[in-house]
Ligand binder design. Sequence first.
Ligand code: G3I
Length: 332
Amino acid sequence: LRALARTNAPHLSIGTAAAVIPTMTDSAYRSILGREFSILTPENDMKFQFIHPQRNGYAFAEGDSLVEFAERNGMAVHGHALVWSEANPRWLAQGNYSAAELQAIMEEHVKTVVGRYKGRIKEWDVINEPLKDEKFNVNLGLRDSIWFKAMGEKFLDIALRAAHEADPDAKLYINEYGCEAEDDKADALFTLVQRLQSRGVPLHGIGFQVHEDIGKDSDGTYDPVSASEFKRTAKRFTDLGLEVRVSELDVNMHGKVTDTLRSKQAEYFKSILARTQANNRFTSYAMWGFTDRYSSLQPEGEYNEFGNGLIYDEHYAPKLPYHKIKEALQGP
Ligand code: G3I
């Protein structure tokens, strides 16, 4: 896939989330990761809870091994995720800190992690999922978090400025889900970005996660956001001078795997890719893992069924989406 993209869509990196355990222990996983993809996103290993497990202690071994793997395989790394409402270690999530202490903790974290990988990780999800989920008034859209409670909206300014100071050449992203459609969550992201730009905050890109579903309803009729609607939404942001990326694509089948849904899923992967090929302000077409064996769409909680949402099955056989993506990358 990466070789085809290099020829037919040179602006586009083909990416996937990756985890250090299978990368270091599963040779089939490792060989597909290094062969098919040109950029990887650490799925969890660089999140606050794992990379900064004690107040005065960082744990870089896992992140380092993913970066070294990427460099050995001529791959880029998309750093994920510096500041988020989730995946915070207990010492932070349950601590009792003043606003000033939380700001200092956040700035130190961002500068330490970005600084360590300066020149090696060239793009970061500095802020992950800052927006509330439900339909809301576009001016009040920020999700509650320890950061928002302490600093208000300015936590974004402070985190982005700290990342820029630590590595002025790194491309700084906000990564969000559910903003692909032309609706009020996308509007809230758009007005947030406009406010950040009006304050001169360094921001280079938006990651659209594109976690989509088919087969969600009992009769399997659920339709994902259309690629043409997503194209229009993405253009609003590239018209602001930003680059954009598909950051976490998966198409959850909610356990309803029929031939009809299989081909619908494959066509969807292809239609989203086509939009990224057509707009050269897209920097990556990245999925949230590549094999159902390690997908985050595992049975849990209310959705107690497999998502089957990726392009290789659990035995590393390429599925129909893989072939459709390859077809699209081969060009006309
Ligand atoms: O590694 C620990 C293990 O030592 C411990 O025993 C176990 C039980 O507590 O937890 C393990 O950590 C889990 C981690 O995944 C690694 O498996 C965390 O509990 C679990 O919360 C974490 O889930 C991740 C989730 O983000 C929350 O961080 C998923 O794997 C990951 O796929 C998911 O990815 C997110 C993106 O970062 C942001 N966009 C949405 C996307 C999907 O939810």
